[in-house]
Design a protein around this ligand. Sequence first.
Ligand code: CA
Length: 227
Amino acid sequence: MTLLLVEDDDILGFALQKALTKSGYTVFHALDGNSARQLWQQQMPELVLLDLGLPHRDGLSLLEQMRQQEGMSTPVIILTARDGLEDRVSGLDRGADDYLVKPFAIDELLARIRALLRRTVPTKARLQFAALVWDAETRTAFIREEILTLTPREALVLESMLTSPRRSVSKERLITLFNSWDRNPGINAVEVTVFRLRRKLAEHGILIETVRSFGYALKVLDDAKIP
Ligand code: CA
């Protein structure tokens, strides 16, 4: 699961990032409204944690833009020091799904994230591509009901492609995702992982195509049977 954390207080932001990463989330951290917008568009996170008082642009105006102009339905939890009723109401009015008033306990934040994801991502629980089924909850791949054994990196690559509308992923994004585990794993780690995953999928009629100067895309072999 990928989260976007928008928090300009770097001490709080890095502490949250650490705790969330420890809980198994892949976290992108934006320190201001403009980079939040960019990461939101590029990384398509499953959930956004949004502080309201931000440099460059306010969290509420960012939320309004993402919802109304960019059509993003990503679930959003507002994190705010402002505990005024007005802020909460306008946050919810502009499309936030939940809010948490600072200071809060990390356990409460984790519980709210889980609850919101349960509410909002049921349709993504099982993704299908040709003979391949991906169970998002357990992060397990199946081919015709049988588990396809994957390393954590292979699972991450496959998940990234399956959850993207075009069934593709850029090399750049894979490096960023790998980075949340290892420091500087490099392009080589990505290529080796894709090579191995490609071999595992090929025997089931699914191809990973290399898309020049972008990355990779899933394709079905012409003669593969699509259930
Ligand atoms: Ca702030």
